[in-house]
Design a protein around this ligand. Sequence first.
Ligand code: AMP
Ligand code: GLY
Length: 423
Amino acid sequence: MKLLVVGGGGREHAIIKKLKENENVEKIYALPGNGGIAEDAECVNIGAKDIEKLTQFAKANNIDFAVVAPDDPLVLGAVDALNEAGIKCFGPRKNAAIIEGSKVFSKNLMKKYGIPTAEYEVFSSAEDALKYIETCPIPTVIKADGLALGKGVIIAMTREEAVSAVKEIMEDKVFGESGNNIVIEEYLTGPEVSVLSFTDGETVVPMISSMDHKRALDNDEGLNTGGMGTVAPNPYYTEDVAKECMEKIFLPTIKAMKAEGREFKGCLYFGLMITPNGPKVIEYNCRFGDPETQVVLPLLESDLLDIMVACADGTLKDTEVKFAKKNACCVVMASEGYPKKYQTGFEIKAEKDENYELYIAGAKLSDDGKLLTGGGRVLGVVSTDDTLKGAVEKAYKCVEKVSFDNAFYRKDIGKKALLKTEE
Ligand code: AMP
Ligand code: GLY
């Protein structure tokens, strides 16, 4: 089979490496891929959002199956375009990707179908929002409606911060059109859990749970990032919590989307908070999370391509989805300065070792074939082990085998999870 994977980060590298385990795969194209992915797939210089070009490419190259991984092309309708060109895909169509594309949509969906989430109000005018903020409970959480590169959420610890967040989003338009509408919601507390799931629109199969580390610096300090590291499974996601999530969140969401005429096929990501009042949805993503995918897929024992095709065909209930009873840890190595300004173009040196897998997120090849840093998040070092402690220790040992100028990484990935396992 000839496959196409849309995207070019660490998540896509993890997906591609897993897809390659299927012996029917003859060829994988990555659009656009990156310098590191080039070792595992043929990278083609077409941007993930250039739907017309990527559809033309898929047709011209007789692609049998396409995986659309990032949020932007999904929300823009890449799967619809590929399907119309006769190409089977893993990923939701545009009318289902809206579950991530519009926070107003997802909050209203949860309210309508009784899915537990933070209380909220929607505003389309700054004036009304500012009036509401005069008396609403503080802290409060302000969210731009649309996609905002993962930056559209502001936790306001004071009323003044809430006022400036509303002004920045709705008047200064720091997130562009994404901020035309906003959600102001109740501030929740509790440990966070990421649960990615496979779904064909009817059946939903949660993958192994994981814990992201979103802040740039140790002890959850510094700016929010796309994610600086992950562990799987997440020890806060106990069997009881998993059962409650299945009954109150996962199945109801899949049913709700179907009832709305927006059948969701692909990977639905549940960002959950385990609050004192039970698990609640913080956010939905219409795709695999990054760097969650880098710890989840290495633990998948079943065949990823078979599962993805089953999601597209509606046969997931007859397909095996099995995870190893092991643990994984991913330490992201980034360019100093990320998520703000940073320099790139430094050579990445990595000593190969059976104790880790390297997923490249932001890198390019030099003319003479050297791998150079090319992004904020550069790569993920991933180790697995029978215990969480073992996986974390191994990953940090392996980080020493990888180097580039200006590298920085968090030293405490897995610390919170380990404290929980020791309780
Ligand atoms: P998101 O971009 O939706 O993942 O939100 C980023 C982060 O903001 C989440 O991972 C949470 O840590 C935090 N967050 C979002 N919504 C809430 C909420 N209602 N209460 C407390 N924290 C929240
Ligand atoms: N790591 C969080 C996300 O992919 O949105």
